[in-house]
Ligand binder design. Structure first.
Ligand SMILES: Nc1ncnc2c1ncn2[C@@H]1O[C@H](COP(=O)(O)OP(=O)(O)OP(=O)(O)O)[C@@H](O)[C@H]1O
Ligand SMILES: Cc1ncc(C[n+]2csc(CCO)c2C)c(N)n1
Length: 335
């Protein structure tokens, strides 16, 4: 019997390599053991962090729109919860069912210039002893203030001794008002050996969609953290997507087949930061080799999907952004 498994398209491209695109059947077996990969990502761990990691849920200032059951589960799965400024208003409004629920979902920190935090919400969380840190600088976003704070929380004894001084409560927890968090962070990083830092799984909610400059800023953070604080594993969750960075030189993406079948839809390999070449993919519906990709040239692998039964492999010349469609109503059954 003749069995045709794939359509294929081969041509020479302008980097002098023979590029290839093949169309795979809906499910194919990928032999993970035979692939030499530098990096590995387990899809479920983007939401349900590996117990060996430190973990943080970062809430940004947009209406929280994921289902309540999922939000509460994600909250429980993360060690640390941080609200960026006005995000505390969003949390306060979201957990409005009754007061006992609201007191159960107190963030560990609220930080920002505090221009968007309402007085009512400020007073509420202050009374509940949430650590609220004001940082007035207009040369960094509330997002980066949060990220520096998260790193200090997990890695700096000096930071902890500062904020545990109850006498300093009235004076911004002993943190210099303008950019104290950045100063502390910069001095900590001088002595931090990155390879010895426990990874931090950072799930961010609310950074994508809404205002476009904020969304692009969120994307810049994927690149910045990958370069400057690679112990962070940052992923954005929205009501439709997971969005994270795939490191260059080969990443194996693993998932449980049932999880893939129920919770995952399309995906896009997005060269947002720079044009690059997809050296090879294995386990996508449309697998490519030596495939130049560029936003400027209008050549992006969008509306693709995972067909590897348990994994797929992506090898790019430079870091690239991956979005994966998720079905939020189904996710809860797998966490
Ligand atoms: N519309 C939006 N879309 C995406 N992300 C947002 C949006 N609005 C706010 N954020 C995120 O939430 C964080 C806190 O937002 P907030 O509105 O309190 O501060 P801001 O003063 O507008 O932002 P920043 O001070 O960070 O520039 C921002 O730093 C940003 O990361
Ligand atoms: C070149 C340049 N562009 C924009 C801003 C403004 N800005 C950047 S982050 C931030 C904080 C927002 O709360 C503000 C106002 C700047 N400082 N420098």
């Amino acid at each position: 019997m003749l069995f045709i498994s794939s359509k294929s398209d081969k041509k020479s491209n302008n980097i002098g390599m023979s590029e290839e695109c093949i169309e795979n059947p809906e499910r194919i077996q990928i032999d993970a053991d035979s692939i030499k990969h530098q990096n590995q990502v387990n899809l479920k761990e983007l939401i349900n962090p590996n117990k060996g990691d430190n973990s943080a849920l970062l809430i940004l200032n947009q209406k929280i729109d994921i289902p309540k059951e999922l939000f509460y589960k994600i909250w429980k799965l993360h060690d640390l919860k941080i609200c960026a400024d006005g995000a505390a208003n969003r949390l306060y409004d979201y957990v409005k069912d009754d007061e006992s629920i609201r007191t159960k979902y107190l963030p560990d920190y609220i930080i920002g210039d505090l221009d968007s935090l309402s007085e009512k919400v400020f007073n509420y969380y202050k009374e509940k002893n949430v650590v609220i840190i004001r940082q007035t600088t207009q040369y960094s976003t509330d997002f980066t203030k949060c990220v520096n704070l998260i790193s200090l929380h997990f890695n700096s004894p000096k930071f902890h001794s500062l904020i545990s001084n109850k006498n300093a409560l009235q004076s911004n927890h002993g943190i210099e008002l303008e950019e104290g968090i950045h100063t502390l962070y910069n001095s900590m990083t001088k002595s931090l050996v990155f390879s010895q830092v426990t990874p931090i799984s950072l799930l961010a909610l609310g950074g994508i969609g809404g205002r476009f400059d904020q969304t692009i800023h969120s994307i810049t953070q994927l690149y910045t953290l990958s370069k400057e604080a690679s112990y962070f594993k940052l992923c954005y969750i929205t009501v439709t997507d997971l969005i994270f960075l795939i490191n260059k030189n080969g990443t194996l993406i693993k998932y449980d087949p049932q999880f893939r079948n129920s919770c995952i839809g399309n995906c896009g390999l997005l060269p947002i930061g720079e044009a690059t070449v997809i050296n090879e993919t294995r386990g996508l519906k449309w697998d490519v080799k030596n495939w130049p990709t560029s936003v400027v040239n209008g050549r992006v692998s969008s509306s693709n999907r995972f067909v590897g039964k348990e994994c797929c492999y992506i090898d790019t010349k430079d870091d690239i952004i991956l979005n994966i469609e998720i079905f939020v109503d189904k996710l809860i059954n797998f966490l």
